[in-house]
Design a protein around this ligand. Sequence first.
Ligand code: AMP
Ligand code: MG
Length: 381
Amino acid sequence: METKIVAIDAGQPQPERIQEAARIIQSGGLVAFPTETVYGLGADALNPQAAQKIYAAKGRPSDNPLIAHIADFEELPALAAEISDTARTLMRLYWPGPLTLIFKKTETVPFATTGGLDTVAVRMPSHPVARALIRAAGTPIAAPSANRSGRPSPTKALHVREDLDGHIDMLLDGGEVGIGLESTIIDVSSSRPLLLRPGFISEETLKKTLKRLAVDTACMEPMAPGVHPRAPGMKYRHYAPQAPLTIVRGTDAQVEKAICFQAKEALCAGKNVGILCASESLLTYRHRLKKEGCRDCQSGRLLASCVCSLPYKDGEARLMLEVSGSRREPAEIAHHLYDALRSFDRARMDVIFSESFECGSLGGAIMNRLKKAAGYHILEV
Ligand code: AMP
Ligand code: MG
């Protein structure tokens, strides 16, 4: 299959391009499109065959349910059997926006969309392209992140192409997304609201409105074997780059020292090494690695990646420093996280070390993704 790539204005999407994409959705096809969180892989949420195609294109296990996206409040009652007062409060505060709510499903929603569950996840995105597409299609759009299952979510059209080119009908290229992390998910299908996935709307912020908000332990910890997850997606490996990733945690100075030590060991063994760090520590790494014999480190823009190399006995191993953003701007770190992980793949790094980014109210969501990407491989120093 050839994937048609169509540029679209993120602020004022061209109606004829939206119409073309909407016709594909209506006829059961797949269209990747930008949302404010990450790129989504869209299909008609009410068409079981179309939902199946999403699972096939992503290589996603069929019990990992999809989120149905709507553009207007009036579309919700067709999908959600019960809408609690808590849900109404959250919708008033955060829709349209990066919040997904889990409801008991109506009969209209096929089990193919909900992974066999009797609940349905619904979100109302704020991105103009997503909203225009849902309205033009005239149906809720099921849209998980537009990546191969397990890989970092796509925040640029390039990332979608890396994973899905040739497997989907169309990609609407609306440039880079704004937030860069998937939506916050809250289960409002029972009496006590339960946070299933942290996101841009943080636990801290939510607790100001929802005093009784419970937090699923699987948000931050690996799941114990045999435990049945509340959100089936929790049990799968997620967001991971190809090379093994280790998070190093401790004081800034200890972390910098430990990462440089580990990097040098790996370089001397001939491995290409990626380091993900905050902009505040970039100069320290450069200085230390230069002292260790690394050369060709380019100076320049702080957000640009820096590649240098170290000769070892059989040749030369490369080192790549990626800056995730400033610790004073956690939203910048969230925005750049997946792109940084994917750039290590493009540069064929063999091992990756990352600082820990437990900063600000977004730190929970960032570390939730990073820990899963690392398979919970954390080095405490
Ligand atoms: P993704 O679309 O890749 O961002 O993943 C969607 C997430 O929403 C997955 O982790 C799912 O497990 C979760 N999810 C979707 N529908 C439900 C549901 N009905 N109950 C619980 N979790 C859900
Ligand atoms: Mg995903």
